[in-house]
Design a protein around this ligand. Structure first.
Ligand code: PLP
Length: 291
C-alpha cells in the first residue's frame, strides 16, 4: 500500500521518521480518524471537511503550522483511499514535528503530515453494535486543561485513553467510561456518550469531552426526527437509570451500552431509539458522501 507523506505518495515501508522526531519524545502531535464507507459511486469519506477542519484546529491549539492547506489534505485523504484500492476503511492523518532539535524550547521545527488508510470493521465488534457492550468507569479522569485540552485531538491525550481502556479491558469490559475532574461523566476512551431518558437525548456538554463529529451527526439526525437533544453535565447515576445509552465515534459508530459498572441500562439490550438512530446513521454514511 501507499501513504501520503508531506505531499507525496510513498510505499508503506518508506513512510518512516527519525528516532529523534520531536513528537516521539514530547507528545506534541495531532491527528484525526475518519472512515470511508462503500457507496454507489465508490468509497465516500464521512464528514471529510469537518475532520480536516478539526485537524487544523488541533494544530492551531498546539501552535503547529501545517504546511499545507485544507483542500490539499482533503485531496490527500481521497488519494490514499483510492490508491490503496479500499472500498471502505479507516483513514489516519497525523501531524508531527521533525527531528531538527530536542528539548522543550526547540524552535522552528519542521511540521510533517502523513495520511495512512487501512481496512477496518466494527471497532467494538459486530455483536456490540447489535446487542450493546459492557462498560466500566475507569479511575483515569478526563482533564480539560493542558495537554488534554478537549478541542485538540492530540497524541498526548491518548496515553490517558489507553490507560483507561486497558484498566477495564483487563477485567473483561469492552470499553471505559472516563469521568471529568469534577466527577461528571465525560466520555469513553475514544467515544462520546449519549443517554435516552423519557424520549429525550442527553449528552455531556463540551467541558470535558472531544467535540465529536459523530456526536454532531447524531444530534442532527435526532433533531430531524423530532427528538429533543439536551447538552448538560451528566452524573454516573443518571446513566445507570437511563432508558438507553450509547457511545458515538468514528471507530465505534453508534454502539449501544447495555451495562455500566455492572448495572444494566434500561432493558439491558439495544434500545429502540438507539436502533432508530443507528439505522438513520448507517443510511446516511452509506448513502452519500458528506464532504
Ligand atoms: N472522544 C474521544 C476522546 C475520541 O478520541 C473520539 C474519536 O475520535 C471521539 C470522542 C469521537 O469523535 P468522532 O466522532 O469525531 O470520531
Amino acid at each position: 500500500g501507499v501513504i501520503w507523506y508531506d505531499g507525496e505518495l510513498v510505499p508503506w515501508r518508506n513512510a518512516t521518521t527519525h528516532v529523534l522526531t520531536h513528537t516521539l519524545h514530547y507528545g506534541m502531535g495531532v491527528f484525526e480518524g475518519l472512515r470511508a464507507y462503500e457507496a454507489a459511486k465508490g468509497p465516500a469519506i464521512f464528514r471529510l471537511t469537518e475532520h480536516t477542519q478539526r485537524l487544523f484546529n488541533s494544530a492551531h491549539i498546539f501552535k503547529m503550522r501545517i504546511p499545507f492547506d485544507q483542500a490539499t489534505l482533503n485531496d490527500a485523504q481521497r488519494a490514499v483511499v483510492r490508491e490503496n484500492k479500499l472500498t471502505s476503511g479507516y483513514i489516519r492523518p497525523i501531524v508531527f514535528y521533525g527531528s531538527e532539535a530536542m528539548g522543550l524550547s526547540a524552535r522552528n521545527l519542521s511540521v510533517h503530515v502523513a495520511v495512512a488508510a487501512w481496512p477496518w470493521g466494527a471497532y467494538l465488534g459486530a455483536d456490540g453494535l447489535e446487542n450493546g457492550i459492557r462498560v466500566k468507569t475507569t479511575s483515569f479522569t478526563r482533564h480539560h486543561v493542558n495537554i488534554n485540552m478537549c478541542r485538540a485531538k492530540s497524541v498526548a491525550t491518548y496515553t490517558n485513553s489507553i490507560l483507561a481502556h486497558q484498566e477495564v479491558a483487563q477485567d473483561g469490559y469492552h470499553e471505559a467510561l472516563l469521568l471529568d475532574v469534577d466527577g461528571y461523566v465525560a466520555e469513553g476512551s475514544g467515544e462520546n456518550i449519549f443517554i435516552v431518558k423519557q424520549g429525550k437525548l442527553y449528552t455531556p456538554d463540551l467541558t470535558a469531552c472531544l467535540e465529536g463529529i459523530t456526536r454532531a451527526s447524531v444530534m442532527q439526525l435526532a433533531q430531524e426526527i423530532g427528538i429533543e437533544v439536551i447538552e448538560k453535565r451528566l452524573t454516573r447515576d443518571e446513566v445507570y437509570c437511563a432508558d438507553e445509552a450509547f457511545f458515538t465515534g468514528t471507530a465505534a459508530e453508534i454502539t449501544p451500552i447495555r451495562e455500566l459498572d455492572c448495572r444494566s441500562i434500561g432493558s439491558g439490550t439495544r434500545g429502540p431509539i438507539t436502533e432508530r438512530l443507528q439505522t438513520l446513521f448507517f443510511d446516511c454514511v452509506n448513502g452519500r458522501s458528506n464532504d
